[in-house]
Structures are given as C-alpha cells and as structure tokens.
Write a new protein. Structure first.
Lengths: 262, 256, 118, 261
C-alpha cells in the first residue's frame, strides 16, 4: 500500500506542470519590472546564460570539478569506512567505546573542518576533498558500526549451529544484516557531502559549482547564480534517481528491511 | 571481569592514548607550531575566550539562530507540510517543487541572498531557515501521503469527517516522517549555519573558527570544532532523539 | 519510554524536559547575575550624564587588550575613537547602550572619557 | 548401544556481568536420548528449558557436568546438532531456496547435489512454489517450515527445537505438528523438542521429560506409547492412552508451577 501511494506521487511528481507554472510567474514578475535585474533576472536571461556556458564549456568544467570530487571522495572513503565499520563492529570490547566517538565526529563532519583543512592543506582542491572525505567517511563508518551492532544475535546463532565459522558469520550475517544501515549511511553521506562540497568550494577553491555561484555573486551576475543553483538541483535529483534509489531497491527494499540509520 | 570494568578501561585506554599521541605529535612533528597545537593550548584557548567574553557570544549567537530555525521548522514547516499533504491535488503539485528545492542546499542560495540581503544577519537567517524548512515540509508531506489508505478508509466507514480523519489518522500516521524531517532539516541547518557564519562573517561558531584560521590561531579552531560537535550531540540527544522515539515508539510505526 | 502512555509526571522527568529546564535556569540565572553586577562597573561620575538621558563619551576598561571582536562590538554602540592598552574610548554612547555594555562580565569599568585624557 | 545424547550432572549458573548476581538455571540434570527418539521437554516457565537446549547446541558454555553426543563431548555449536529457534532465525536477505541450502553451502556441498537436497526438503515441508520468495513475504508458519527444512537439509545427527511453534496461530500450529510428526517418521531423525505446551509435548514425544521449577532438574520421564503412524489430531482426540499421558504430565507440571508461585 505504501508503495502504491509513494509510487503514484512520484509518477505525477515527474510532471512538468509545477515547474512550468513557476516559470510563468517568474517571467511575469520580472517583466513587470518590480525588481531590478540584478535581483531577479528574467528566465530568458538565465536560459541564455546557461546555453552560453554550456557552449563555451565553462558549466561542464565546473560540473566536472564538483562531481569529480564527489566521486573521488566516495571511491576512497566508502569502502574504507564500511571495512573499518565492520572491523570495529566485530570487536565487542572496542565498539561500545568507539561508537560514541564516531558519533561525535559524525556530528562534526562537514564544513566545520574547513578552517583546519585550510591550515593543513591551504586553499585548493586538497582541502575540499579532505572535507568531502571526512564527511562521507564518518557518516558511513558510524552507520556501518551501528548497523553491525544491531544485527540480531539470533542470526549469528543460526549460522553457528549450521557449522558456520567466524568467516561465515561475518559475510553471511553481519554484512547483509548491516546493509540497511550501510545504505542509509551512503545515502546520507552523499547528501551531506554534496552540501559540504558546495560550501567548501565557495571558500577554498577556484573551480566547481560552489565557486561558480559565489564568484558570480561578487560580480552581481545573478543569472549565473541561477544557472548554478538549477544545475545543483538537477544533479542531486539525478544522483538520487540513478544511484541512490537503485541501491536501496536492490538491497533493502527487496529484503523488506527498514534501517535505523542516524 | 565485570562489563563495567571492561568498558571503562577501554575508554581510559583510548582517551589516554589519543591525548598522548596528540601531545607527542604536537611536540615532535617538524611543522610550524600553529599546525598542530597541543591539547593544553586548546584548553588555554577555552579559558582565554571565556575570560574575554567571546565564547559565550559565539555559542549564544549560533544557538539562537539554530533554535529559531527549529521553532520555525516545527510551527511553520510541519503544519505547512501537513496542509500540502492532505489533499492529493496540492500534494502532487508541491511534491516535485519541494523535492527540487530540498535538493538545492541552503548554502547554494547564499550567494543570491548576499545580493538580496547583503552581508548581514538576514542572509544567515534566510539561508539557515531555508535549509531547515524544506526537509521538514517535504517529509511532513511525504508522511501524510504514506499513511496506509486502509486507516483512512477504516475511519471513513465509521462516518468520520474529513477533519477527524486528519486529526486521528493522517497527523499521527505522519509523525515518524515528521520527526525524521525535523532531524534531517536541523542536521542540514546546523551545517548551513556554520558555513553561512563563515561566509558572512557574523558572530557565531562558524565565524569563530574561520576567523581564527586567518590569524593561525589553530587552538581556537579546534576548540570551536569541539563545541560544534558537542552542541549537536546535546541537541540530538536531548531534543531530537526523544522526538523520534516518542513518535516511533508510541505507534511502533516503523513503516515497512 | 516504551510507548507507554506519557503521563504528565513521566513527561516532566524525561531528559528533554530536564534539559530545557536546566538551560532555562542557567540562562535566567546568568542574565540576572549580569543585571545585578552591571551597576558596579559604571563610574559614579557618569550618573549625571545618565540621568540627563544624553549620549556620553566614555572610556571602557577591560581586563585584557581588546580584540577586533570587542572593537566591532563597541562600534555597534557608538564611535570608537581610540584604544589605550586595555581601555577603549567610545563616543556618543546612549544611556541605554551604556547599561547594556555594563552587563558584559568582561568589562572592568566604564568611566568618563575626559578623566582619562585624550 | 550408547545413547545418542548423554547428559550427566549438568548444572548452569547465569552471572550478571554488572551486578555479579548469580542465578542457578540448571542443577544436576541427568538425561539420555536414544537414537531416532523424539524426546519432548516440558516444564514451568523459567525452569531452564532453553538453557538446556542452548548448552546442547553449544551456544552456551555449561558451568558443570558432561554432555556427550555419540559418546563425544560437546564443545561448541556444530552442524551435527541442528537447531530450530523460537524466533524465525532465517536470513531475511536470502530467498527460501538459499536459506534452506545455507547449511549445505557452509559445508561446501557441490551445487547440483545441493539443489537436489533443497528440492527434496522444499517438498517435504510443503513450500513448493515459494522457492524464490524472501522471508518478509512469508507467513510465520511458512518461515518456521523454512527453518525446519534448513536444519534437516544440513543432515544433523540431532535436531534441537526451541518452542518453534510458539509464535504461530493455533490452526497453523496443529498442521505444523502433524507435518513434523510425518517428517520424524520419514527421516527417523533424533529430535529434542522444547515446549511450554503439555498437549504439544505429549502429541509429539515418544517420551516426555518434565523439568522441575528453577533450578531445573529432571523431575520425571513419561513414555507416550502411541505408534507414530496413529498420531493425528482426529485420532488422538478420543485416544485413552493419549489422555492418560496428558493428565500425568499435566499433573507433574502443575506441581512445579505451584512451587514456582
């Protein structure tokens, strides 16, 4: 039943109606000349700028820079975080202590690391990637750790009584059992990581969508700002639809599990 | 060996080892002093900033802004989300718009707001409240839409009025999602606040650590980071988690 | 709170309520403390100016050399005309603002500017 | 011929790690289970039934006493002692087929042989057509059937069952009991079945072992001399031997429950 409602909404959700309406209102407001152009440029300007930026490649460069950082950080930190999360999760003695500490760094993850990163690595892509890595790593590590520890012991007993060794318990019980939390951790880490990246790019680099928008505001190029903002929105919707939902559907929903990720 | 002893000893070991390595690294690493100040420097930074009255102001300003956003989120965001969610028409219209605006992080709007509101308190407030509000509204709407229809139909067969259905089924049913929306909104909001304070340069923890970096006062950066993390854990443990437990535990509504 | 009915009493003992009460108490107590201790920081010589409700130029002495934070803070109350070691000279401060400045616990003393001399 | 399972002087104490409080669960249990026998264990709640099973399964280290399987000391969990738990301990992330084959997979039985065994037990427990389903798509009764099939597929020396039908509605329970009876007949497997229901214990068991209240001790062993083939609910409704055994066991358990309160 829940699937029916949500599916129905999403089907309609893809409808263009709402956005068309907003565009019309936007166009009317700007034509009426109530606001100066630097405040709210007409949609036609934004489209023209977007087209120009696509043609001269500047938009692609910035998208590439931002997405590149996301992918690099994900590729490095997710496997490391999942591996360490499971390793610590197995250590009954270690994990009750590491969990609150990981919780603290989880709460701290994000832009709060920027000043320290800049102190250590100076302005530039190293600091930004460090912030991305930090955000993603701790979110995934914490959720994996919690996930491993929340797998009901009954499954472990079941495998043991089937003659399963520690290896079987890890790969056939703990990892799949922790999967809902791991998936939540990854989903959250991309959400928070993406936001941290945009903020960090505004401060610490000279490429990327965050920088594009912030720099445009210094020159009052409001149309470029809107191009950047719309791009960020679209990129997130694509990531959500093409990456996050398939992972979730393939793992968690198929097994009918619900995760309690934080 | 009792469990208590086991846990406390592990805590003891981890804390002493980490502080020791930190101090050792601070003393021996061939880097300029400001790179890695020892724990003692962070402590003296705390004492200094308290004596100078700066820390209470920074913490006070940040807390004021996030709590304001939380109140706004609860008393404006939630009702708005429910309102939009109740009738299918508004829900189907609002869902894609909210989904888009929720995916554009508050910080991405900051440059535009700098143009609209300039480098001041208003820009920070708008950025933070935007970041908190949209996940709250979005999840409240989602919560209402994901209440299984059988509950609605059950009440309808009892001849319940539309208002009663909203009050007795839709709102309680949506509570777990609302709690999650508030939690997510504030998590995003807290980070957007720190970033906004850095960019706009108004008193607050974000500004504290960003400004400290300009003067190579790394001890203050670390102190600020510690407080940012600790404050969130306190907010989470004392306010957000109970909110979530109250909603989910009360109705055992972990929707499959 | 295993989903059992939340009776009024249990609600109050719950950690959220306790946390809010403690925060409110600490904050209230602190504000009260500041309000109580504020008058001691104001130099009696300033009383006539205060009662005259006219803006006044003052010298604010701190326990430490002021940082940019403090200068900016005082600028929101009046015109900062100079800094002498741990003293900040602020002109045209309204009596109400003076009362507010007096409440900062890190302010040692607020005295009439002329006494300290340009 | 030595007994399949020999338990002598088995005792067990739970020590609360925080408060150091000691609770004696079992005190001097002596019991023997013959090859191919269906022994049911019944007793008041808290008499250590599950503790006994967990020790036999090797999941719980015993405080004292000896536990032998085919004459060899039991040390840890192993495939020779299959266990069906009260909660549905089948993996939510595995299909019915993969769950049943789980034990065989662990013992690295070749794929084709595995598939054949799984097919046989899917039919035996009546799960035909559900092979591709995931546990969250099954009813409680069907989940427990998967658990039984999984345990039997691993071909253990002994099957230990910890109140497997407690969390199932009464109709399904009766069908599961009849099916288990048929399986016991077909496989001649040695089964130790823990239950709190006297009726279930007498219906299923060749012998009923009644445990005393805490600390658990073997109070009595009541034989149920009814051939397996005649054990069907319709038949037993009016069978004097069944009623007599039920009365006896019920009396013994009542005595212990009285002491408990």
């Amino acid at each position: 039943m829940m699937r029916g409602w949500r599916g129905g909404v999403r089907a309609l959700g893809r409808g263009v109606l709402p956005f068309a309406l907003i565009l019309i209102v936007w166009a009317l407001v700007t034509r009426a000349g109530v606001l100066p152009a630097i405040f709210l440029p007409p949609p036609s300007d934004v489209v023209r700028t977007a087209w120009a930026m696509l043609k001269d490649g500047s938009l692609w460069i910035n998208i590439g820079a931002s997405l590149g950082r996301v992918v690099v950080s994900l590729v490095i930190s997710v496997p490391l975080a999942v591996g360490l999360g499971i390793f610590v999760g197995l250590r009954g003695r270690l994990s009750p202590v590491v969990e609150p500490i990981a919780g603290f760094f989880n709460a701290l993850s994000g832009i709060a690391w920027l000043p320290l990163a800049v102190t250590w690595f100076g302005l530039g892509w190293v600091s930004v990637t460090f912030i991305m890595f930090n955000t993603i790593f701790f979110l995934v590590f914490y959720n994996t750790l919690v996930g491993v520890r929340s797998v009901p012991r009954i499954f472990e007993h079941a495998v043991r009584t089937l003659g399963g060794s520690r290896r079987h318990v890890i790969f056939q019980v703990l990892i799949p059992g922790a999967m809902p939390n791991i998936v939540t951790g990854i989903r959250m880490s991309i959400g928070f990581g993406w936001r941290a990246l945009i903020a960090a790019e505004m401060i610490a680099t000279s490429t990327g969508l965050g920088f594009l928008i912030y720099n445009a505001s210094n020159f009052h190029q409001t149309d470029t700002i809107f191009v950047g903002i719309v791009t960020i929105g679209i990129l997130w919707l694509l990531t959500d639809r093409l990456v996050l939902q398939p992972i979730e559907r393939w793992t968690v929903e198929r097994w009918g599990l619900v995760s309690s990720g934080r | 060996m009792g469990r208590y002893w086991e846990i406390t000893s592990t805590w003891g070991v981890i804390l002493t080892v980490s502080i020791a390595t930190w101090s050792l690294a601070a003393a021996t690493l061939p880097v300029p002093d400001y790179f890695l100040p020892p724990p003692s420097a962070v402590l003296s930074a705390f004492v200094e900033l308290m004596a100078k009255g700066m820390l209470p102001t920074f913490v006070g300003e940040s807390l004021r802004r996030i709590l304001l956003a939380a109140l706004l989120g609860l008393f404006v965001g939630v009702p708005l989300g429910l309102l939009l969610g109740i009738s299918r028409g508004t829900a189907d219209f609002a869902y894609p718009v909210l989904n888009f605006f929720q995916s554009v992080s508050g910080i991405a709007w900051l440059p535009l707001m700098l143009i609209w509101f300039g480098f001041g308190e208003r820009t920070i407030l708008v950025a933070v409240n935007y970041t908190v509000l949209f996940p709250v509204i979005f999840n409240a709407l989602l919560g209402v839409r994901s209440v299984p229809p059988i509950y609605v139909n059950a009440l309808r067969t009892l001849g319940a009025s539309r208002w009663r259905i909203v009050r007795d089924v839709l709102v309680p049913g949506a509570l777990p999602n609302i709690a999650m929306g508030v939690r997510l909104g504030l998590a995003y909001g807290w980070r957007a606040l720190i970033a906004a304070e850095m960019l706009v340069g108004a008193n607050g923890l974000g500004f504290m650590i960003f400004n400290a970096q300009a003067f190579h006062l790394t001890a203050r950066i670390m102190l600020g980071m510690g407080i940012i993390g600790a404050l969130w854990l306190a907010l989470d443990y004392f306010l957000l988690r109970p909110l979530e437990e109250a909603t989910i535990a009360r109705w055992g509504m972990v929707q499959r | 709170m295993k989903g059992s009915a939340m009776s009024r009493f249990v609600l109050l003992r719950h950690r959220s309520a306790v946390f809010l009460l403690v925060v409110a108490a600490v904050w209230g107590g602190w504000e009260l403390f500041l309000t109580m201790t504020a008058p001691q920081r104001i130099d009696p010589a300033l009383q006539p100016a205060l009662s005259a409700r006219a803006p006044v130029s003052v010298a604010i002495t701190l326990g430490f050399a002021p940082e940019n934070f403090h200068i900016r803070l005082f600028q929101s109350y009046g015109v900062v005309s100079g800094v002498r070691g741990t003293t900040v000279l602020v002109n045209r401060v309204s009596p109400d603002d003076l009362g507010r400045i007096a409440r900062y616990y890190w302010v040692k003393r607020i005295s009439v500017q002329s006494e300290v001399g340009r | 011929m030595t007994a399949k399972i020999t338990i002598r002087g088995l005792g067990h104490e739970y020590v609360n790690p925080f408060t150091r409080e000691r609770v004696v669960a079992l005190d001097g249990v002596d019991l023997e289970v013959e090859e191919g026998e269906f022994l049911t264990v019944v007793g008041p709640s808290g008499c250590g039934k599950t503790t006994l099973l967990n020790i036999l399964a090797g999941l719980l280290p015993k405080t004292r006493g000896t536990v032998l399987l085919n004459g060899r000391e039991v040390t840890g969990p192993g495939p020779d002692r299959g266990v069906v738990f009260q909660e549905f301990a089948i993996m939510p992330w595995r299909t019915v087929e993969k769950n049943i084959a789980h034990g065989l997979e662990i013992q690295s039985v070749p794929r084709e042989e595995r598939a054949a065994i799984v097919r046989r037990f899917v039919e035996l427990v009546g799960l035909g057509g559900f092979e591709r389903k995931y546990p969250h798509e099954l009813s409680g009764g069907m989940k427990q059937r998967v658990a039984v099939a999984r345990t039997l597929a691993a071909n253990p020396e002994v099957m230990l069952m910890d109140e497997p039908f407690a969390a199932v509605d009464s109709q399904t329970r009766i069908t599961l009991q009849e099916e288990l009876n048929a399986i016991a007949q077909a496989t001649r497997k040695t089964i130790l079945f823990i239950t709190h229901s006297v009726e279930e214990a007498v219906f299923l068991g060749d012998r009923c072992c009644v445990l005393s209240g805490r600390p658990g001790r073997v109070k009595a062993l009541v034989p149920v001399r009814i051939p397996r083939e005649r054990r069907g609910w319709k038949l037993l409704m009016s069978d004097p031997t069944f009623d007599a055994a039920k009365e006896k066991v019920f009396g013994l358990v009542r005595e212990e429950v009285g002491k408990e309160v």
